[in-house]
Design a protein around this ligand. Structure first.
Ligand code: MD6
Ligand code: FE
Length: 214
């Protein structure tokens, strides 16, 4: 399909108090980002984690950084050691870190220094149910979220699970930065529609950068 916006400069769309979508910000570096994802996954492979409720997640995950997010039968936690390999998670690649800091700074969070990067991989049908991100020690720091590959519908609510959800269509290279008043807002990803992205194939990747430790 002809992409009329392939060469367009990034632009920004406000989402909620403290939250903004930086459209296409990661497009220029997407080849380097995808290569870095492959390097991380060669050390700490993608895996389908099992939630405390015994449900196997449809999204496959890995991490890089001093701390990685995991879930198992005992609960959710951040840990320095990958439970699958028994070794530390790989370091956050420079190309990741530069993008995360640039995005945070453009969104009004110039001090952002992430120590954790969760990498999500969606296949068609994969989804992420409504949740809050609240396992981090530093809720004053924002989350920077980078979308690559197939597009997805992101649902963004409020502080209560029952709050009205707005829908945001996230495409290859879009970056969401969110913190401040909306840091604990509920959100979800609807089941990924099948398709083929010219650079990425039949997948969507999402990188989320956080400050997990003090
Ligand atoms: C995703 N993202 O986009 C899932 N959480 O695949 C998240 O769950 C998320 O994008 C917190 C902040 C930003 C996010
Ligand atoms: Fe989340």
């Amino acid at each position: 399909m002809l992409d009329l916006f392939a060469d367009e400069a990034p632009w920004s769309e406000p989402l909620a108090p403290g939250a903004v979508v930086l459209r296409r910000l990661a497009r220029e570096q997407s080849d380097a980002l995808l290569a870095a994802i492959a390097q991380v996954a060669a050390v700490s492979p993608f895996r389908h984690m099992v939630t405390p409720g015994g449900y196997t997640m449809s999204v496959a995950m890995t991490n890089c950084g001093a701390l990685g997010w995991s879930t198992d039968s005992r609960g959710y936690c951040y840990a320095a050691i990958d439970p699958l390999t028994g070794r530390p998670w790989p370091a956050i690649p420079d190309v990741f870190l530069r993008l995360a800091k640039t995005a945070a700074s453009q969104a009004g969070y110039p001090e952002f220094s992430p120590d954790a990067c969760l990498i999500n991989r969606y296949q068609p049908g994969a989804k992420l149910s409504l949740h809050q991100d609240k396992d981090e020690a530093r809720l004053d720091a924002p989350i920077v979220s980078v979308s690559l590959g197939l597009p997805a519908t992101f649902q963004f609510g409020g502080l209560k699970r029952s709050d009205l959800l707005q829908r945001v269509w996230l495409e290859h290279g879009d970056v969401v930065v969110w913190g401040g008043a909306s840091r604990l807002f509920y959100h979800a990803i609807l089941p990924l529609k099948a398709g083929s992205h010219p650079q990425v194939g039949a997948w969507r990747y999402n990188l989320t950068f956080r400050r997990a430790a003090q």
